[in-house]
Design a protein around this ligand. Structure first.
Ligand code: BGC
Length: 613
């Protein structure tokens, strides 16, 4: 380990003791494979090297033989890039095998890295266990549980053969109007650095060549959660500019203090890949920044794995496509998520090398990093099968896996308010359940579920919140329900399951964080029928509660809990005590800015708040 890396870690993580602990427990030493990697490299043509650096989205592959024609080292399925035959387990497994079989017939037989956004379980595949989004896991403050959830995720990914998940997201969102707030464990770097590393450990396991391990990817490097409002991607409609893919305008000390710790711990834990962010730091795109990618990450932190660009992120750099590639590769990008124009990418990068604009040494460095990861994963061992192990289909979505999801749900719940000890509820009293999220697996899962943006409805298998309540109460107890809160007469208590509809990335940037009028009306309807009301809030961030706080007797933040809705009833009906603590500060109203740290920001519930009984 070089001196600069040592002093950085000691400084930012609070002392040498931490450094020693992380170095001693570091599970993957990628460098050790370099003798084998160099031998292989010496047999590779320039075309074959460039192919390792090229990652198309499978949906843009013009023919299967392009895996051979362009010597591809990787493909991905982006948000909505599904198998042609459907989103079921067999279709995903068949799709993976189809591509991998072709790669195994190429001259050098280097297997493909296949990447997916398994960001809360293997969430593209129907029947996978979908865990709470990271914002909920952050409220558990439980690294063991986060690791266990990631282990289930890695096993379910591997059931489809896929070997690379684009997570954990170690973003540290500073403004909850950002549509990706829920992808972050917390606004607080101390929470992120511990839980991010736990997730990495669960995905990559003790050894990357464990048949149940997948390659992890810490993202989005760096400071994607620190963008200044108004600097993000152009939007349609009234909200023309949001926060997504914007510019983080902070000095380097702030950058290191808030946004770097999650990378320091995942790198120390051996994360094999990192995804630079679409966003910029003080006007320079992260994918173009030599300071961030090579200086801080590789030279200073000693990152041994490889960098994968975000989806078409290079297209946002200045200049034409060839210049964009030149800038990013020379700044330290190792593999490019092209995703569509892979033929152009391949020819441009080859020309840049022959023209001397990208040094051969940079190409070799990138390919060494990619291949060293493949060696560490056991992919280069001809004895290891690279096709899917379909025996793992047996445990895909199993009761045992769902139990981990359920535990994560109940521990992520944060009781914000509980007047007159309304909670826990009796299992013997008639309860009326209402609201758009009360019986909707799609809403409770949120974005990045089956589809990129997620959607309401019966999109996958699991237990809705209503079904969980049915299971929790006594056999004879009446559970009535309605979408809008009507017909609640006769019930002793109302439960309003309300909040946000699914969204992902920039589509989730919002300036107004009030609840919809229809959500407020659900509560009012049950109140006018004389019921005390428990609000279960499904949302990807704290919402403004000033419209409902006076009328709701109890409020539980359930975040985006995923498929195991019975974890909600576990707490509501007293089988488990609430333990969740806010991982984000909860703002009071919209009278001032919602950007944390702005003067005049008013707090309703502080970071760490969470009631119990
Ligand atoms: C997102 C990444 C994701 C990638 C691949 C991008 O739009 O920013 O988080 O990993 O797509 O789907």
């Amino acid at each position: 380990m070089n001196t600069s890396r040592r002093s950085f870690l000691a400084g930012s993580l609070g002392g040498l003791a931490v450094l020693r602990a992380s170095a001693a427990t570091k599970p993957h030493f990628f460098f050790q494979y370099d003798p084998q990697v160099r031998k292989l490299l010496s047999q590779m043509t320039l075309d074959e090297k460039i192919g390792q650096m090229t990652q198309p989205d499978q949906m843009y592959l013009k023919s299967l033989d392009d895996i051979d024609n362009y010597h591809l080292g990787s493909v991905l399925s982006g948000g909505d890039s599904d198998p042609k035959t459907g989103n079921d387990l067999n279709s995903w497994t068949d799709m993976y095998d189809h591509y991998q079989e072709r790669a195994l017939k190429t001259r050098l037989r280097i297997p493909l890295l296949y990447g997916v956004d398994a960001v809360h379980g293997h969430n593209n595949v129907i029947g996978a266990v979908v865990f709470p989004h990271n914002i909920g896991l952050g409220c558990t403050r439980d690294p063991k549980l986060v690791e266990a959830a990631a282990r289930v995720t890695s096993e379910e990914i591997k059931a489809t053969g896929i070997n690379w998940g684009f997570g954990p997201c170690v973003t540290v969102p500073q403004d909850i109007r950002w549509g990706r707030t829920y992808e972050g464990f917390s606004e607080n770097p101390d929470v992120v650095k511990v839980l991010g590393e736990a997730a990495n450990r669960g995905l990559q396991r003790a050894r990357l060549d464990d048949p149940l391990a997948v390659l992890a990817c810490a993202k989005h490097y760096m400071a994607d959660g620190g963008t200044t409002f108004g600097t993000g991607v152009p939007r349609v409609g009234s909200q023309r500019f949001g926060l997504d893919q914007g510019d983080t305008r902070v000095d380097e000390a702030t950058l290191r203090k808030i946004h770097l710790p999650g990378y320091a711990t995942t790198v120390a834990g051996g994360v094999g890949s990192i995804m630079p962010s679409y966003s910029s730091w003080n006007g320079v795109k992260c994918s173009a920044s030599k300071r961030l990618m090579t200086g801080i990450l590789k030279d200073e932190l000693g990152f041994e794995g490889f960098l994968i660009s975000d989806y078409a992120a290079l297209n946002q750099l200045p200049g034409d496509y060839k210049q964009q590639i030149e800038t990013s590769i020379n700044a330290g990008m190792d593999m490019v998520m092209v995703p569509e124009h892979y033929v152009d990418f391949f020819h441009h990068l080859k020309a840049l090398v022959t023209e001397g604009r990208v040094p051969m040494a940079r190409i070799d460095d990138a390919v060494i990093r990619i291949l060293r990861t493949k060696f560490a994963m056991g992919m280069m061992n001809p004895k290891n099968p690279q096709l899917a192990d379909r025996k793992l289909h047996k445990t895909f979505g199993s009761a045992e896996h769902r139990a981990v999801g359920r535990e994560a749900v109940r521990k992520s719940l944060v009781v914000l308010k509980n007047d007159n000890h309304l909670l826990p509820l009796s299992k013997n009293a008639h309860v009326h359940v209402a609201g758009k999220g009360h019986d909707d697996i799609g809403i409770q899962c949120g974005g990045w579920t089956i589809t990129w943006q997620g959607k309401a409805g019966a999109t996958t298998k699991g237990t809705t919140i209503l079904e969980g309540i049915h299971k929790a109460v006594a056999h004879s107890t009446v559970v009535s329900h309605s979408l809008d809160g009507s017909h609640s007469e006769g019930a002793k208590v109302g439960i309003a399951v309300i909040g946000e509809l699914p969204y992902a990335e920039m589509m989730g940037d919002r300036t107004d964080l009030h609840l919809d009028a229809e959500d407020v009306a659900v509560i009012q309807k049950m109140k006018s029928a004389g019921l005390p009301v428990v609000v279960v809030l499904l949302s990807g961030r704290p919402m403004l509660l000033d419209n409902i706080l006076g009328s709701a007797d109890a409020v539980v933040a359930a975040w985006l809990p995923g498929t195991e809705g019975d974890g909600v009833a576990d707490v509501l009906f007293g089988d488990h005590k609430p333990v969740g603590k806010l991982s984000f500060t909860w703002p009071k109203d919209s009278s001032t800015s919602l950007q944390r740290g702005d003067p005049g920001y008013k707090t309703l519930f502080p970071f760490g708040h969470g009631l119990s009984w």
